[in-house]
Design a protein around this ligand. Structure first.
Ligand code: ZN
Length: 123
């Protein structure tokens, strides 16, 4: 058995993946499927979830469900901010949304907070 970190962050990912697996199983059942083979998600850089930890958490929570053994595919979504002064979207250098052109801090985050199930492969 692999060792793991039990900090709050880890608990956060487990509860996120529990919700995701519940939704995935519900959708697969509605589609008349018996098994889930692949789960695709979009995870924003600001979502507060670490993709590697999500994968690990997924394995644990999927056990005993129709998603057991499924591949979790995570599409990482970078942060995208909008600067009203430049009227441009930009990818900040770090997690602080500071315009890469005029250096003004931006309060408008257009992308990077998502944590969503995007599609499933079932049979
Ligand atoms: Zn700007």
């Amino acid at each position: 058995m692999a060792g793991f970190d039990v900090r709050g962050l880890y608990v956060h990912e487990v509860s996120l993946m529990q919700d995701t697996v519940i939704i995935a199983v519900k959708q697969a059942r509605e589609a008349g499927a018996q098994r889930i083979h692949r789960v695709m998600m979009r995870v924003g850089a600001l979502s507060g979830a670490v993709p590697e930890t999500l994968e690990f958490a997924f394995e644990i929570v999927a056990k005993g469900t129709m998603a057991e053994g499924a591949v979790l595919e995570i599409e990482k979504v970078p942060v995208l901010c909008y600067c009203s002064a430049c009227a441009e979207e930009f990818e900040p250098a770090d997690l602080v949304c500071e315009c890469t052109r005029c250096a003004r801090p931006s309060v408008e985050i257009r992308r990077g907070r998502e944590l969503q199930l995007t599609s499933l492969e079932v049979s």
